[in-house]
Design a binder for this molecule. Structure first.
Ligand code: ADP
Ligand code: ADP
Length: 217
């Protein structure tokens, strides 16, 4: 299965992608997570991306396309993938389309998670993430374990992303509306779009998602 998760920041793409990808035994490819990892490792790509990410802006298309291209060439991607956070504008959508054609693949579905903006701000401002494995929590809706440790192995440090500060949140929502919003109509026009209500509880969204994909619970 090859899937794209589309939706505003904070709607729950990463949360749903982690469990669905595990169920389907396909890699969860989050361009945001790959960029944060590059930044942690201080690679040239990470350092180049930093100023855009801190400001809540999109990292240049060519940089992100190369990351996706490299990730697709890893062995586990032969089984399929779940792309989370890419594409994020029309140019990225056409670059992805070209890449898929070049690799002689097909995209099965684009899932759009819908949610009102006030709820997104609430989710983003309470988000906490493990710096090591990327596991995502919410201070109210999905609290981190009392031990302070996530379920991943290795060192665990639960932190608040700097772009989850209020100013950057508002900027990201604005960038989403302008740059990414048009992809909804783009994929609807191609008859590839499936809409899921992202405003319900985590388990309910997970259930709707499996329902629209025809997966048994
Ligand atoms: P995205 O990847 O779309 O930016 P995340 O999956 O990181 O979103 O979720 C944003 C925040 O909202 C996280 O703190 C997560 O724990 C929380 N969250 C995700 N889905 C829901 C939901 N359905 N209801 C309440 N909180 C949620
Ligand atoms: P969110 O949880 O808000 O959806 P992500 O983790 O997907 O955020 O992305 C964090 C940041 O990484 C974005 O604000 C942007 O700077 C950068 N980024 C991630 N994916 C892309 C992309 N496809 N194109 C450009 N920039 C990206």
């Amino acid at each position: 299965m090859r899937l794209v998760f589309l939706g505003p920041p904070g709607v729950g793409k990463g949360t749903q992608a982690a469990s669905l990808a595990a169920d389907l035994a396909i890699p969860h490819i989050s361009t945001g997570a790959i960029l944060r990892q590059a930044l942690e490792r201080q690679t040239s790509t990470g350092l180049e991306a930093k100023k855009f990410m801190d400001a809540g802006d999109l990292v240049p298309d060519a940089v992100v396309l190369q990351l996706v291209r490299d990730r697709f060439s890893e062995p586990d991607a032969a089984a399929g993938w779940l792309l989370d956070g890419y594409p994020r504008n029309l140019d990225q959508a056409s670059a992805l389309d070209q890449l898929i054609q070049e690799l002689q693949l097909t995209l099965d579905h684009v899932i759009f998670f819908d949610c009102a903006e006030t709820e997104l701000v609430r989710r983003l401002s309470g988000r906490r993430v493990c710096r090591n494995c990327g596991e995502t929590f919410h201070i109210e809706f999905a609290p981190p374990p009392e031990s302070g440790h996530c379920s991943g192995s290795g060192d665990c440090e639960i932190y608040q992303r700097s772009d989850d500060a209020e100013e950057a949140i508002l900027k990201r929502l604005e960038v989403y509306q302008r740059e990414t919003g048009p992809l909804v109509e783009h994929y609807r026009g191609l008859d590839q779009l499936i809409v899921v209500d992202g405003a319900t509880a985590i388990e309910d969204v997970a259930q709707s998602l499996r329902g629209v994909l025809g997966l048994t619970p």
